[in-house]
Design a protein around this ligand. Structure first.
Ligand SMILES: NC(=O)C1=CN([C@@H]2O[C@H](COP(=O)(O)OP(=O)(O)OC[C@H]3O[C@@H](n4cnc5c(N)ncnc54)[C@H](O)[C@@H]3O)[C@@H](O)[C@H]2O)[C@H](O)CC1
Length: 500
């Protein structure tokens, strides 16, 4: 199953259609029931304190309170004045079954939190627009102050105070242990500091026709079965010449490890022949890797490059540790119009307009900011928009690296799953470039190579992390690519790194 990533506009569009179809009330009932079930499953005893805002997010909290009451749980409900008609209706329904609703202030919250085991945050959801009003900022301050080891917080849809479209934290915002969201994850639940405040994210489907979601999704999140099916299958009669020839063009005195790691990534991702072309002496991290040093790399690429007999690469990865000559050399390679991965020093604004359909560009947020001419926080605040803008300027396919990475092609975005925080270390991106080049060389189109390659790399990181913890190295990850490949081909992803 592939879950869509939604923006609040997308959610509102769905809300509008649910309302016109008379289905908003049952949708809220299912949302509230799912919250009650999550509380029961995760924290089966103790008093539940539910905070209800005026909008539909508060309505979900009131429905949850009714179901928890019916299940025999002790509940306390503190609420803001209801503004949404369904929230008013669900107040009446809660009262009809004996539930009490008292006014919410920082003081009532502080007192009620003292004997509660779980706090359910239904103050603000996707309808919140920053900046937060002071009265609610004080309530959120009191909520975070009450959160202790003995008082866990479950956020409905989104921790209150987060803007669902943004990866940063705009002001006072709830820290949740669990977030129960609906239909699909929103950007704030996937990226940056905002995602860190969501805790564990659980996605609950609502009875919304799949076509409605298809119409409004901003990005796909393909699962392992989908991506595993894209990986190449080698036939019994294959030989090294048919398994993909990769050239790595990189390295400069002082930065010779980068192309070596890219080469290792390419070998472990199944390329038959991998040659590193460099102006420096590149360490042979494994003897299967071929390395050629060129006194003049540009002359090699312009005169010898593609004209050499029988030496044509099926794919090139260029830029890793390549130094200041990178843009000029990248332009030469781009002229060949063969599958090409461009990374690091080859990610420059003056290459905008030189890309072609068979390119994959792999910037991290700093490189992305350089290409776009904006400060880095602008990229990290909204990685989906940044990936779209990069693709627009560079062409082909863009992999905006991060936790998680975003893959963009014209008209399409895809958000990767999984990975491990230990992968935030030097050389990890170089290995990824080698993987992508290997998949391109084995015949995958750039969109499939990027989506499958990013996931393969992330899965290998998850596997390597079991042995190395946070001290992961790029070579460790490269060596687990075989196991990651087997996992994606054969088994669905399970476990803590599966993401939402
Ligand atoms: N389609 C779905 O997924 C469903 C979602 N549901 C829930 O509905 C909310 C969204 O509800 P909405 O009424 O649109 O908005 P909120 O409840 O999030 O917030 C409205 C509430 O917030 C106040 N407000 C807005 N900005 C500020 C601010 N800067 N400072 C203070 N207060 C602010 C505003 O005045 C309103 O009172 C979604 O998250 C889900 O939880 C449904 O359950 C059904 C289907």
């Amino acid at each position: 199953m592939s879950a869509a990533v939604l923006t609040p506009d997308a959610v509102r569009a769905i809300d509008g259609r649910l309302e016109r179809a008379g289905l908003l009330d049952p949708a809220m009932e299912i949302a509230g029931l799912a919250v009650a079930r999550a509380v029961q499953e995760r924290w089966p005893s103790g008093r539940v304190l539910l905070l209800a805002g005026g909008g539909a997010n508060g309505g979900d909290a009131l429905v949850a309170a009714r179901h928890l009451l019916a299940a025999g749980r002790e509940v306390t409900v503190l609420a803001r004045p209801a503004t949404h008609p369904l929230t008013r209706l669900n107040r009446r329904r809660l009262r009809a079954v004996g539930g009490e609703v008292r006014p919410l202030t920082p003081a009532t919250l502080g007192r009620a939190a003292r004997d509660a085991a779980v706090l359910v945050d239904g103050l603000l959801g996707t309808g919140f627009r920053p900046p937060l009003r002071d009265d609610l900022a004080r309530v959120i301050g009191a909520l975070n102050a009450a959160r202790t080891r003995d008082l866990n917080v479950l956020a409905i849809d989104l921790p209150s105070g987060l803007d669902a479209t943004r990866a940063d934290v705009p002001g006072a915002a709830v820290h949740a242990d669990v977030t129960v969201t609906f239909i699909g994850p929103k950007p704030a639940q996937l990226f940056g500091d905002a995602a860190a405040q969501c805790g564990e994210v659980r996605t609950v489907p609502l009875p919304v026709p799949a076509a409605w979601i298809q119409d409004v999704q901003v990005a796909a999140r393909p699962d392992d079965a989908t991506l595993g099916a894209l990986l190449p299958v080698r036939t019994a009669s294959a030989h090294k010449g048919t398994a993909g020839r990769v050239w790595i063009v990189g390295g400069h005195p002082g930065t010779v490890g980068a192309p070596a790691l890219a080469g290792l990534g390419a070998l472990r991702a199944g390329a038959g022949l991998v040659t590193v072309h460099s102006a420096a002496d590149v360490p042979l991290v494994t003897p299967e890797l071929m390395a050629q040093r060129h006194a003049d790399l540009r002359t090699f690429l312009t005169s010898t490059g593609l004209t050499g007999t029988g030496a044509r690469p099926d794919a090139v990865a260029i830029g890793m540790g390549l130094g200041p000559e990178a843009p000029a050399l990248a332009r030469e390679v781009l002229d060949w119009e063969i599958p090409t991965v461009l990374d690091a020093d080859a990610l420059q604004p003056d290459l905008c307009g030189y890309g072609h359909d068979r390119c994959v560009w792999t910037p991290h947020p700093g490189e992305a900011a350089r290409v776009l001419g904006v400060p880095t926080p602008e990229v990290t605040r909204d990685p989906l928009s940044a990936a779209r803008a990069l693709q627009d300027r560079l062409g082909g396919v863009v992999v905006l690296k991060g936790g998680p990475s975003v893959v963009a092609r014209a008209g399409d975005l895809s958000v990767a799953r999984g990975g491990h925080p230990g992968m935030a270390s030097a050389g990890m991106g170089d290995t990824l470039c080698g993987i992508l080049a290997a998949l391109l060389a084995q015949g995958l189109d750039p969109w499939d190579a990027a989506r499958a390659g990013v996931r393969l790399h992330a899965r290998a990181g998850e596997i390597a992390a079991v042995r190395f913890g946070y001290g992961l190295g790029a070579t460790d990850v490269a060596h687990d690519l075989g196991r990651a490949w087997a996992d994606l081909r054969a088994a669905p992803l399970t476990g803590v790194y599966a993401g939402v």
